[in-house]
Design a protein around this ligand. Structure first.
Ligand code: FES
Length: 340
């Protein structure tokens, strides 16, 4: 059975291919023009080394001087010796340019829907089916979208799981922003729109332990994509908690969708926290770091994913250091919200 492989590189590019029979990950890559550096092809030199971020795999032979027990426990692999038994994602600490393969694609799509979902947020739906290709990306990655009629590009995380060429992006509507003005004033269904994808090293890894997702504002987009993909797999997962922080209650969006994830993903829960609430707000108030359960994170190491503006990301990092929670891993997407 063919399985899909994602290869992520340190320059933020991701390349995809599929296996043929029981071939090694390295052979699948080479057959698809992804020239992962190699030397011995016998599990000794370590040149083809990477890490399996998600998926089920086995390794034929690994020299003990090349990867230690600790390396193996961290899911480090020699791709020439690795075979996969499910779809899988691998990461490498070198640039994709070393593999002399084209990575990110420039794709033409069409706007198929614009949905205003809160006072300051919209979902832009793009249908990329006419491009005649399967657009692959990992849940959590983003696209750079060309704003029609301008020379400007803006970056948005995919808010839906890969597997369909109808894509969603959460967009913050600014009073005078390039994309915001386009969506408000000129955009009509059917407009041609060009984007570059997939981009970014912020993506969902193998879920082996409890997960904390921390979203600031439209940083929620990346988590909607991740949760869509988790829900689609219908597999048992460790507990997943999402903390969704916004400035004003009017900024809250996609709560019904989060509620549907809570109904369909066992162990998933979420809370919404408002930092600067109106007097009528009766929910949680403050910054996310004030609502995290330090004892729980200390007792059970977690994987913590954060996507939001820099001050929020920095406050969570400071919280982790202050409480000495270094057994939990942090994955970050810090986005500077454009004011235009
Ligand atoms: S190429 Fe030498 S270990 Fe894979």
């Amino acid at each position: 059975m063919a399985h899909k492989i994602a290869f992520s590189f340190s320059d933020g590019k991701t390349l995809f291919c599929s296996t043929n029979g029981n071939e090694s990950v390295l052979d699948a890559a080479l057959r698809n023009g992804i020239k992962i550096p190699l030397d011995c092809r016998e599990g000794v030199c370590g040149t083809c080394q990477g890490r399996c971020d998600s998926g089920v795999y086995t390794q034929d032979y690994v020299d003990e001087d090349t990867l230690s027990e600790a390396d193996l426990a961290e899911r480090k692999v020699l791709t020439c010796q690795t075979r996969i038994q499910s779809d899988a994602a691998f990461s490498f600490n070198f640039d994709s340019t070393l593999c002399s393969a084209a990575g990110t694609k420039l794709v033409q799509g069409n706007v198929c829907k614009i949905e205003k979902i809160s006072a300051g947020t919209a979902i832009l739906h793009i249908d990329a089916s006419s491009a005649g290709l399967d657009l692959d990306y990992l849940p959590g990655q983003y696209a750079r979208i060309h704003v029609p009629g301008t020379d400007d590009w803006r970056s948005y995380s995919f808010a839906s799981a890969s597997g369909s060429n109808v894509l969603q992006f959460l967009v913050r509507l600014l009073p005078d922003g390039v994309m915001s003005n386009y969506l408000r004033d000129r955009c009509t269904v059917g407009d041609q729109i060009e984007f570059e994808a997939p981009l970014g090293t912020f993506y969902l890894r193998q879920i082996d332990r409890p997960l904390i997702m921390i979203a600031g504002g439209t940083g929620l987009s990346a988590f909607l994509g991740m949760l869509d993909s988790i829900a689609a797999k219908r597999a048992e997962t460790p507990p997943i908690e999402l903390f969704y922080g916004v400035r004003h209650a009017a900024d809250i969006c996609e709560v019904e969708r989060l509620e549907s994830f809570a109904a369909s993903i066992p162990g998933f829960s979420f809370q919404v926290i408002v930092s600067d609430p109106e007097p009528t707000w009766t929910g949680k108030i403050g910054y996310i770091s004030g609502h995290l359960d330090t004892n729980k994170v200390r007792d059970y190491a977690h994987d913590i994913y954060i996507c939001g503006p820099p001050p929020m990301v920095e406050s969570i990092k400071a919280w982790q250091v202050e409480h000495d929670l270094n057994t939990s891993s942090l994955y970050l997407e810090k986005f500077t919200e454009s004011n235009t």
